[in-house]
Design a protein around this ligand. Sequence first.
Ligand SMILES: CC(=O)N[C@H]1[C@@H](OP(=O)(O)OP(=O)(O)OC[C@H]2O[C@@H](n3ccc(=O)[nH]c3=O)[C@H](O)[C@@H]2O)O[C@H](CO)[C@@H](O)[C@@H]1O
Length: 406
Amino acid sequence: MKAIVLAAGEGVRCTPLTNTRSKVMLPVANRPILEYVISALVDNGIEDLVLVVGYEKEKVMNYFGDGNDFGARITYVDQTSQLGTAHAIGLAIPALGDGNGSFLVLNGDNIIEKETISKLIANHAGDATVLTTPREKVCGYGVVMSAAGKVKGIFEKPKRQISHMINTGIYIFNRDIVAEIENTEISGRGEYEITHTLQNMVKGNRDVRVTVTKNLWMDSVYAWGLLDTNARLLASCESAIEDTATIDDTATLTGNVEIGGNTVIRAGSYIVGPVKIGDNCDIGPQVTILPSTSIGNNVSLGPFSYIQDSILMDNVRVESHSHISESIIGFNCNLGPYSICEADNDVNIEIDNELVPVEKSGVVIGDDCKFGSRTLTEAGNLVGNNCTVRSGTKVDRHLPANSTVL
Ligand SMILES: CC(=O)N[C@H]1[C@@H](OP(=O)(O)OP(=O)(O)OC[C@H]2O[C@@H](n3ccc(=O)[nH]c3=O)[C@H](O)[C@@H]2O)O[C@H](CO)[C@@H](O)[C@@H]1O
């Protein structure tokens, strides 16, 4: 079986992190989200992949190349305008090549594992099979109503909670889906949506089936949601220290800690796993890193800094005595001495004029930001790319890209 993976969208709700790369390329536990999808497919013996790319496509193509390094053979299809998931699938089907066999379709921006899709592959029958998973809160997803294994209705982001089964965005289709996609009208949201195609099929009495998974399926709707995904993935990481890493005898490592090549952990540092640290990092002396933290490549953490439950992307520099909790720091950021990224409980984060309640949150900082010394960024604030925050100042609201706080 071959697979189409949808990776052309931006992931606007994950701004500011998606201003420079698409959501599928955001790192969790030090790997881009899309890499987990590709691994799950390859682990199921599905190696021929058609990847639909568009927004920031070079970053996807440069990372995955022809797929060989990931055990796959990747053909890219360029969706120059992101007109919706049905449109993306319709563009990709010709690249599957000849043959009438059924094929898988997956969103590239959800985290899955091998077992998530094994049962779907084994169970497919009828004209299409939709993979669903139960969720208490279904807001922001497509939901599926079914009886005796057949889909009775699939509704995109309904206002009312009409079902607890959400559409995972993973399907198996027969090739004759092409005609159904061609007949799909544009939705009220202005997109050609595959859920609309499926609903038309259900109404036309086509045989649309459902398979339920309770295996790993995670979606970070907003940027800060990456922290939960990161914690979940780190929970299964194992201790592994590259031969070229140097750990000072006075450093303490407990729990599962992964340390990359040429990374140095200096005297008195205290690391409690699960924690992942990439290559060429310079940590310490006297740094504390608590669970569930992922630190990318080429990161330096200055003396007495403290990091917990956070994601630091590549090339971040955190200077001495800084404190980072429940936060995400984008690529190439520089935080001066005594920088604080604060976390708090029950924070309301404003997105598109709506307040989104979050149980616990720190801050999200986009790429290329520079913070001076003694800055305080209050919980629940999003800092756009390329901002400058001068020494001794407080960030108490969202900052648009390229802002300077004096
Ligand atoms: C219409 C539709 O399919 N809705 C499903 C989609 O919603 P959701 O709103 O999450 O759909 P997104 O717009 O995020 O797109 C899903 C995936 O398709 C890609 N993409 C999207 C549009 C496009 O023109 N080209 C493209 O390649 C995106 O990069 C992403 O990887 O996934 C949810 C699961 O996460 C499901 O519950 C929703 O039922």
